[in-house]
Design a protein around this ligand. Sequence first.
Ligand SMILES: [Zn+2]
Length: 75
Amino acid sequence: MTDLTLDPAKQPRRKAGVPFVDHWCRAKGCDRWGSFGIGRGLWFCADHLAAGRMILERVPVPQKQDEKQAQGRLI
Ligand SMILES: [Zn+2]
């Protein structure tokens, strides 16, 4: 349903010396500011927010090594 493509070159970046992170809309070909963060470094403008949420549902959540080791163990 969505034709949104993430642009890997537009990952959020922290610049040295400034107290904020650059996070542009991750939609390929969009040059608007990513006003809406939906997790895992994904930011979108208002126009691409809904399509971005659909992509988030499809991308598997990366597991940290500690979480993998803790699975199946009783504490
Ligand atoms: Zn956008």
